[in-house]
Design a protein around this ligand. Structure first.
Ligand code: ZN
Length: 489
C-alpha cells in the first residue's frame, strides 16, 4: 500500500472512532440514565485517550513525509491532517494532560459558582485555565499573536487583527441600531398556550421544511440544543419552554442549519478529513442563515404565522406584521444565547476583547468581573445585576475555549455575504419563503457551500460562493435595512 493509502486508512478508523465518541456524548445529553454518569465519564475518558494517542501517533509524521495525493481532495486531506498533526506534536504531552485534567474539573466549579452568582468561587480555577492556555498558545504561536494561535483551532487562517478591524467596522452601526430599538416602545411577545408536544411536532415539520433528512438523523430534547455527528448519522436536539415557543422553533432551525451542512457533504468524503464542516465560522454561517436571514425574514414569518396559528390558536398579535415584529423584537436582556440579531454581535465583541486581554496578559482574572460589568454598561446601557447574568453566563472559558466566541459573529458576517449572493441567485426568493418553500435557498447553499466539506479553506469557500472576499458590509446593510424598518426611530 502507498503511504497515502495507509495514512487515509488510518485516518478513517480514527474518524470512525471520533464519531462513536460523539454518539456517546449525544447519548449523555439526551437519553442516558441519571445513574450512569460516573461510568460514562470513564467510558468517555477511555475513548478520549485512544483518540489522542491515534492523533499524535508518530507514524502519521512518517506517512505525511512520503504521501503523494492522487487528486485535489487528497491534497486537501493531507493539508488538514498535517495541520492537525503538527499542532498536536507542538503541545507537550504533559501540558495536554494537565489541560484535560483541569478542564474536566473546572466546568463543575464554574456551574456551581454560576448557581451561586459567585465569581470569586470560580476565579482561582479560571486563573489556572488561563495560565495553561497561555502556555499552549506560546507552544503553538509562530509569527502571530498568542491569541492567533488559539484562533487557529476554530477558524484556520483568521487573525486577531482581522477580527478587530471587522468588529470595529460593525460596532458603531450596531450600537446605533440597539439604541434606536430600545428607545422605541417595547414590542410585546406572542401570547398563548404552547403545549410541549405541539412545539415538538412543529419543530419536526420545520426541520423537514429546511431540508433535514430524518432517515439520517433524529430530533430529541436536551437542556442545551446542539447538532452532533457527520455523514449519514447527524442528530439534532432542541429545548421546549412552554411560555416561549420561539425558543424551540429557532433553536431547531439553527441546529437544522448545522445538521444540513453535515448531511450535504459529498458522500465520497465520509470519514475523511474533508467529511465535516470546515470551520466553526462557516458552520455557524449555515445555522445563522437558516435561523435568521431565512427563518426570521418577513416572508418566512408569514408562513410561520399560519403554521403557529394552526398549532396553537390565537397568538395575541394582530396580524403577520405584528407576528414578524414579535419574532424580531429587540429588548433588554443580559444573556447572549437569548439575544436578538442586533445585540448578539455586541455580546461577542465584549467577550472577544476580554478574552484576548486575558490571553495577552493585559487583564488579570481577578479584574475580569469588573471589566465585564464596565464594558456591559458601556455597550448595553445598563448595569449587570448578578454574575450569572454577566461574567458567569457562558461555559466556554471554564473548559478552555478561548478563541471560540468570535466565530459566532464571523458566522453572522459570512451569513450576510451568503444571503446577498443567494438573493442575486434566486430573485423570487421571498415569494417562495412566503409559502414555506425553502428548497431553492437550501439547494443553493448545499451546492455552493455545504457539499464541499473541508475541501477549501474557510474564507475560500465563502469567497467562491459569493464571488468576492467576505466583509461585514452585507451583514450590516441587511441589519440596517431590517431593523431600521422595524424601529424607524
Ligand atoms: Zn450554532
Amino acid at each position: 500500500m502507498t503511504a497515502f493509502k495507509e495514512l487515509m486508512a488510518y485516518q478513517r478508523d480514527t474518524a470512525a472512532l471520533a464519531q462513536v465518541a460523539g454518539r456517546l456524548g449525544w447519548d449523555q445529553e439526551t437519553v442516558m440514565p441519571r445513574g450512569a454518569a460516573s461510568q460514562r465519564a470513564e467510558e468517555a475518558g477511555a475513548m478520549e485517550a485512544v483518540l489522542h494517542a491515534r492523533k499524535t501517533d508518530p507514524r502519521i509524521g512518517d506517512w505525511l513525509e512520503q504521501a503523494e495525493a492522487p487528486d485535489a481532495a487528497g491534497t486537501s486531506a493531507i493539508r488538514l491532517i498535517r495541520r492537525y498533526y503538527e499542532r498536536g506534536v507542538k503541545v507537550p504531552a504533559d501540558l495536554a494532560v494537565a489541560m484535560a485534567r483541569l478542564t474536566s474539573r473546572s466546568q463543575g466549579i464554574w456551574a456551581e459558582a454560576r448557581a451561586k452568582d459567585d465569581f470569586a468561587g470560580f476565579a482561582p480555577v479560571l486563573e489556572q485555565v488561563v495560565a495553561l492556555k497561555r502556555q499552549e498558545a506560546a507552544a503553538l504561536a509562530e509569527e502571530g499573536s498568542l491569541y492567533d494561535a488559539l484562533l487557529e483551532d476554530f477558524e484556520p487562517g483568521m487573525t486577531e487583527a482581522e477580527l478587530e478591524a471587522m468588529f470595529a467596522e460593525m460596532r458603531p452601526g450596531l450600537v446605533r441600531l440597539r439604541q434606536t430599538a430600545l428607545d422605541a416602545p417595547e414590542v410585546a411577545p406572542v401570547r398563548g398556550t404552547f403545549a410541549g408536544k405541539s412545539q415538538m411536532k412543529l419543530a419536526r415539520s420545520l426541520a423537514r421544511d429546511f431540508g433535514y433528512d430524518f432517515s439520517k438523523g433524529r430530533l430529541d430534547k436536551a437542556v442545551h440544543p446542539f447538532s452532533s455527528g457527520s455523514g449519514t448519522d447527524v442528530r439534532i436536539t432542541t429545548r421546549v419552554a412552554e411560555d416561549d415557543p420561539f425558543n424551540c422553533i429557532y433553536s431547531t432551525i439553527h441546529e437544522t442549519g448545522h445538521a444540513c451542512y453535515e448531511q450535504a457533504i459529498d458522500a465520497s468524503y465520509l470519514l475523511t478529513p474533508l467529511g465535516q464542516g470546515v470551520s466553526m465560522g462557516v458552520h455557524e454561517s449555515q445555522s445563522r442563515i437558516y435561523e435568521n436571514q431565512l427563518g426570521r425574514s418577513r416572508a418566512f414569518c408569514s408562513y410561520l404565522y399560519g403554521e403557529m396559528q394552526e398549532a396553537f390558536g390565537d397568538l395575541g398579535v394582530a396580524d403577520a406584521d405584528g407576528f414578524y415584529a414579535a419574532v424580531n423584537r429587540v429588548h433588554r436582556g443580559y444573556i447572549r444565547t437569548e439575544a436578538d440579531e442586533v445585540q448578539y454581535n455586541l455580546h461577542i465583541m465584549l467577550r472577544f476583547d476580554l478574552e484576548r486581554s486575558l490571553i495577552s496578559g493585559d487583564l488579570a482574572v481577578a479584574d475580569l468581573e469588573a471589566a465585564w460589568n464596565d464594558r456591559f454598561k458601556a455597550d448595553f446601557g445598563y448595569e449587570v445585576d448578578v454574575a450569572s447574568n454577566g461574567v458567569l453566563q457562558d461555559v466556554h472559558w471554564s473548559v478552555g475555549l478561548f478563541g471560540y466566541f468570535p466565530t459566532y459573529s464571523l458566522g453572522n458576517v459570512y451569513a450576510g455575504c451568503l444571503m446577498a449572493a443567494l438573493r442575486r441567485a434566486v430573485p423570487d426568493l421571498d415569494a417562495q419563503l412566503e409559502h414555506g418553500e425553502l428548497e431553492a435557498a437550501t439547494g443553493w447553499l448545499r451546492e455552493n457551500v455545504q457539499q464541499h466539506g473541508g475541501l477549501y479553506e474557510p474564507k475560500e469557500v465563502i469567497e467562491r460562493a459569493c464571488g468576492a472576499a467576505p466583509t461585514a458590509a452585507p451583514l450590516m446593510s441587511y441589519l440596517e435595512g431590517k431593523f431600521g424598518a422595524l424601529y424607524p426611530g
